[in-house]
Design a protein around this ligand. Sequence first.
Ligand code: FAD
Ligand code: FES
Length: 277
Amino acid sequence: MREFRIRLMKQLLQEKVRVLHNQKVGPAYFRMGLAFAELARITRPGQFVMVRVHDRPIPLLRRPFSVHRRLVKGNEILGFELLYKVVGKGTQAMSELKSGDVIDVLGPLGKGFSCPEGVCDVFLVAGGVGVASLYCLALYLAELNSVKSTVFLGGRSAADVLCQEEFQSMGATVRITTEDCSLGERGLVTSLVQKALEVDEKPDMIYACGPQAMLKAVSEIAGAHNVPCQISLESAMACGFGVCLGCAVEKAGNRGAYLHVCTDGPVFDCRDVLIDV
Ligand SMILES: Cc1cc2nc3c(=O)[nH]c(=O)nc-3n(C[C@H](O)[C@H](O)[C@H](O)COP(=O)(O)OP(=O)(O)OC[C@H]3O[C@@H](n4cnc5c(N)ncnc54)[C@H](O)[C@@H]3O)c2cc1C
Ligand code: FES
């Protein structure tokens, strides 16, 4: 359904689109399919959309979500899917939507992950729902055929570990930690990454998305082992395209200088930003 449509700038689309499905996949996790094929076609791994659930005053502002995967039937792109966790008013309102409802979507926004020439062996490190954007990246890397992915999934408990089977079915090695030991090893996902690097598994690149503390730890570990690392930051955002300046993050090595997560990121070389925990 296309009630209205504005082309804001080159390759930035805004549309009211139909919800294809909104399926609960865990205690607080949902997968929402959106019928927006044109956006799915041009979005790159790590880019995001801003979603406005409805026209009521609360929640007033759009909310940012990574594109999780394209929805495809045969050769036809139907739209894309979000994988989200209910944490507050906006995501609660999203969780109440049904197939056939309409939602306002703006995107694709931001700069996604990059896979430089010569990168053949990567670690993907996800904390909780941070897996949403990394799964999109893994699908892209799998299409390249020449990249070996090892996936590290961390969560508080088994219910917070998402997409394990999807990664395995694309041939990736998956390693899991939970803080309560309900799945995989007990502990933090970063300790598994650290161990892997210590036993001399040295990837060409680490990609990470998750809570700030996890990203800070991954960045430090990558730095200590001299492995390039791209991190995707999930700061709170009001506009999503560089106007409100609410998503500023301090630039590394340049005190008082800032980058904006929505336009300079959300994916950064971990050496470029100072992560505030
Ligand atoms: C580029 C980007 C991509 C994102 N992708 C996803 C995704 O794929 N799936 C997903 O579930 N979430 C994702 N997020 C986070 C998501 O945008 C927030 O969870 C959402 O905006 C919360 O809205 P709310 O109205 O439900 O919560 P609010 O009512 O606004 O807040 C509820 C609680 O959640 C906390 N909170 C709000 N935003 C964040 C945040 N970004 N990080 C940590 N805590 C937060 C608040 O401090 C508050 O305690 C992404 C964020 C960014 C910036
Ligand atoms: S969210 Fe408004 S400038 Fe980044």
